[in-house]
Design a protein around this ligand. Structure first.
Ligand SMILES: *[C@@H]1O[C@H](CO)[C@@H](O)[C@H](O)[C@H]1NC(C)=O
Ligand SMILES: *[C@@H]1O[C@H](CO)[C@@H](O)[C@H](O)[C@H]1NC(C)=O
Ligand SMILES: *[C@@H]1O[C@H](CO)[C@@H](O)[C@H](O)[C@H]1NC(C)=O
Ligand SMILES: *[C@@H]1O[C@H](CO)[C@@H](O)[C@H](O)[C@H]1NC(C)=O
Ligand SMILES: *[C@@H]1O[C@H](CO)[C@@H](O)[C@H](O)[C@H]1NC(C)=O
Ligand SMILES: *[C@@H]1O[C@H](CO)[C@@H](O)[C@H](O)[C@H]1NC(C)=O
Ligand SMILES: *[C@@H]1O[C@H](CO)[C@@H](O)[C@H](O)[C@H]1NC(C)=O
Ligand SMILES: *[C@@H]1O[C@H](CO)[C@@H](O)[C@H](O)[C@H]1NC(C)=O
Ligand SMILES: *[C@@H]1O[C@H](CO)[C@@H](O)[C@H](O)[C@H]1NC(C)=O
Length: 738
């Protein structure tokens, strides 16, 4: 329970809601989304008021119910509404959607070497990199962290229109800091400023663009030079996540401002259950960002390994899964008998004695406390007198260290229910041993009058990598059945990066450690790695569109192994390979009008299209080239989900690639496909005679399946010339019927 809470909190994901109950007389907060900006910002205020007045009917109530106006980058407002007022606004021609304000949560170094970006990587592009400003939507920033030292930075790029609000910490590295809490719902632990009370935003920011910091570590763990993927880039923090989560209205306000401020990329390590694109603040915000050439990179969520859990699935978002690196933290427990057990945890404590008395939760039960499970060391079940000064062995691994600390224990040996890949910091000396070892520890405790044990400080071991993190959310998505999500993977397990000194290391109030670096896990940590890789590509190819940058990262990614599910549903195209991504050879580009064609094909009507394009009433789907084929988008992967009883596969994908390799080049296609799947590429060869030339091809996928059950067939299409290899994954899925 506790641990999963921890991953969630450290991880940004949608939690329901400020809106529950069904009192028809109670006003609730809604976001009224009206598409692109129409005309000047001030007229929007009047317009919104008139709309509200029509719906509500009373001048004063209409004025009081309005909470906020979006008018910098798109059009809309937040108001407290009754159900019939929602209906009346929905009937307005100028309104795209009206949806309840819900609350999202945060999804929670060596990684750059692991990804092939060494410290000595030539940074011929450092100047252009330093012109790039990355906007993060997160929990704020602790700008005093050494990772944000601006020594040696040139002036802030002149294009920058952002600023720092109620925040003295800005410098030439952290160039913007704003905070959004639209109806001022602060708790005691929230600081009303961009300062990071949580640590999460400081961690993600430094992963993208932290400067080099020598000898960074968490009490000696993970020692090395810490740095972000693009250490020259600048950071703008938009604090939208508070103790109670990240509110839709605040997230949307941050997008509205960040786009107008002039950020070059948006990194949002947060999310929630998927909703249709125009009722999802991250999908809406990132859509308008995309129309301005800004890529939004988001975490996929921490609800794996279950399938159909992926979040942030709009096709204009880069959806990032978490993978593991070759470094794993291990913590050894040694028993009085001399036996050693290697468990998983991040234990910063060195033992003060050779041995400690050992007991088990079952033997230390507080008999006057009838509730709870003492074998699992549940909170409050242990007798302080039987625990004080001892290491306690417990069934389960979900926060026992915390309850044992509360009872005065000296350490915790916890037991994992499954083999895991992710280590968590313990608040006292602690380790989580593998299920196979639990019997032996119990036998030892039973075998002697004075059982003893000691828990060593953690060490790191080398494991084979990359692999998909067990917690990383898996596809398929359920909003658009023809777009594969997640898109890509990046390291998200046990990541060392800068931290805020305001929270404790574990976040538990009883912890007394406050550290400038911390090791945490989540797709929240993966997202900023991919964001940095995108900035790196963008710094070398400033004219590339968001889709082109994403395509370059996807078609050059390293396909990944996965144990518990079919690979692409966990990792998308695979692990990012930033140095390769700057030379992809070919790119699958997508323009705003291509996305509009896609949305038309998806059944969005002319009214909606007119509004989000922001033109006059004359703009409708007939003005755009019809989207062709099964998915209707020039996506770097090809995917379709069959309905539950289908036994035959028949899909057609139309693609256009742009030559960004050698002017004169010939690419030949190669398909690797499983039995039962026939993939035909027409034509099989693409000839280019100049740079930026486009060539189109068609992929026909046919096959037959046995009836019943879930089925996934995946193939790989590769376009190769002498130098480049452009990978495009093809995934056909028949999910289990519900
Ligand atoms: C920033 O870095 C410079 C150069 O390494 C160093 O002299 C200075 O003390 C640092 N500033 C802070 C606030 O750590
Ligand atoms: C803030 O939002 C809550 C939940 O919607 C609402 O009950 C409350 O009245 C709002 N407070 C202010 C100051 O607007
Ligand atoms: C792990 O082993 C591989 C292969 O021997 C090596 O390249 C890598 O640097 C090692 N990683 C660590 C963390 O030592
Ligand atoms: C106590 O928790 C452990 C670990 O979750 C479980 O195996 C055991 O069955 C539980 N015992 C009781 C009495 O519920
Ligand atoms: C045992 O549990 C009771 C009831 O929760 C509590 O009041 C008491 O302090 C506990 N005793 C010890 C020794 O931990
Ligand atoms: C250890 O002793 C307890 C209590 O007598 C018993 O329930 C348990 O099964 C024993 N464990 C092993 C592994 O022998
Ligand atoms: C367009 O869709 C909206 C929302 O689904 C609906 O209210 C409206 O009536 C539709 N308009 C037309 C012209 O079909
Ligand atoms: C699939 O087949 C089952 C059993 O024949 C039937 O009940 C179900 O409605 C079918 N589902 C679809 C989507 O056609
Ligand atoms: C190639 O396609 C892209 C994306 O659709 C488009 O922006 C570009 O203008 C095209 N290039 C040429 C040379 O036609």
């Amino acid at each position: 329970m506790f641990r999963s809470l921890l991953v969630l909190v450290l991880s940004l994901c949608l939690v329901t809601t400020l809106v529950h109950g069904s009192n028809d007389n109670e006003r609730k907060e809604y976001i009224v989304y009206m598409g692109a900006l129409q005309g000047a910002g001030t007229s929007a205020m009047v317009d919104h008021h008139n709309l509200l007045l029509t719906a509500i009917g009373d001048e004063d109530i209409a004025r009081e119910s309005k909470i906020y106006t979006y008018r910098k980058s798109f059009n809309g407002f937040v108001a407290r509404l009754l159900p019939h007022e929602v209906q009346s606004l929905l009937a307005e021609k100028r309104v795209v959607s009206v949806f309840p304000n819900t609350v999202r949560k945060l999804h929670t170094t060596r990684t750059w070497d692991f990804l092939g970006m060494s410290e000595t990587l030539s940074r011929a592009n450092a100047q252009r990199e330093s012109d790039i400003i990355v906007g993060l939507l997160d929990s704020g920033i602790w700008a005093e962290a050494p990772s944000f030292n601006d020594t040696g930075y040139g002036p802030v790029p002149i294009k920058w229109r952002g600023k720092c609000v109620d925040f003295p910490g800005c410098n030439r590295k952290v160039v913007g800091a704003k905070y959004f809490n639209l109806n001022q719902t602060y708790t005691d632990q929230d600081t009303p400023s961009p300062v990071d009370d949580d640590g999460h935003g400081t961690h993600t920011s430094s992963t993208v663009a932290g400067v080099f910091v020598k000898d960074a570590s968490l009490y000696g763990l993970g020692t090395g030079t810490a740095r972000g993927g693009v250490p020259s880039a600048r950071i703008a923090m938009y604090k939208v996540c508070w103790v109670n989560g990240c509110s839709d209205k605040d997230v949307l306000a941050a997008f509205d401002e960040a786009i107008a401020d002039g950020v070059d990329l948006i990194s949002a390590s947060m999310g929630g259950p998927s909703r249709s694109f125009f009722e999802d603040p991250i999908a809406i915000g990132s859509f308008h960002a995309m129309t301005k050439g800004i890529l939004t990179s988001c975490s996929a969520g921490n609800d794996g390994p279950d399938t159909s859990t992926v979040q942030n699935v709009a096709p204009w978002i880069m959806t990032v899964a978490a993978s593991g690196t070759d470094r794993q933290y291990r913590t050894v427990a040694t028993l009085g008998s001399g036996e050693h057990f290697s468990g998983i945890s991040i234990n910063t404590f060195s033992p003060q004695k050779m041995m400690y008395p050992l007991t088990s939760g079952a033997l230390a039960v507080n008999v006057s406390e009838p509730y709870g499970n003492a074998s699992a060391c549940d909170f409050g079940t242990l007798d302080k007198n039987k625990v004080i000064g001892k290491i306690v062995y417990c069934l389960g691994s979900n926060g026992q260290d915390y309850s044992i600390k509360r009872s005065g224990g000296a350490g915790a040996i916890m037991t994992l229910e499954d083999v895991t890949d992710t280590a968590y910091s313990t608040v006292i000396p602690g380790t989580s041993i593998f299920p196979r070892d639990s019997k032996m520890i119990e036998q030892y405790i039973n075998s002697t009058k004075n059982p003893q044990a000691v828990i060593q400080k953690s060490i790191t071991i080398n494991v084979s990598a990359p692999f998909v993190a067990s917690f990383s959310s898996r596809g398929p998505q359920n909003i658009n059945l023809n777009i594969l999500k997640p898109d890509i993977s990046a390291p998200g397990i046990d990541i060392l990066a800068a931290y805020s000194k305001l929270p404790t290391t574990t976040g538990f109030p009883s912890d007394d450690r406050h550290t400038v670096f911390n090791i945490i896990s989540g797709t929240s940590m993966a997202c900023p790695h991919a964001s940095a890789a995108a900035v790196y590509v963008k710094s070398i190819h400033p004219d590339w569109s968001p889709a082109a940058v994403k395509s370059a990262l996807m078609t050059t990614a390293t396909p990944m192994k996965i144990i518990d599910a079919d690979a692409e549903l966990g990792s998308g195209s695979g692990q990012i390979n930033p140095t390769q991504a700057v030379n992809p050879g070919l790119i699958y580009d997508i323009s705003t009008s291509d996305y509009i064609s896609f949305l038309c094909k998806e059944g969005n009507n002319n009214t909606v299209i007119g509004l989000i394009v922001g033109g006059t009433e004359n703009i409708d789907c007939t003005k755009f080239k019809p989207a062709q084929g099964t998915d209707g988008l020039n996506y770097p992967t090809m995917h379709t989900q069959l309905d539950s009883n289908s036994t035959s596969i028949s899909a057609t994908f139309y693609r256009t690639v742009t030559n960004v390799g050698y002017a004169t080049s010939v690419y030949t296609s190669k398909v690797t496909s499983p039995r039962g799947l026939l993939v035909k590429v027409i034509p099989e060869t693409l000839k280019f005679s100049k740079l930026n030339e486009n060539q189109s091809f068609t992929v026909e996928v046919k096959g037959s399946l046995e009836p019943f059950g879930s089925k996934l067939l995946s193939a790989l299409l590769e376009w190769s010339d002498s130098k480049y290899n452009v990978k495009n994954h093809i995934v056909i899925l028949r999910p289990l019927a519900d």
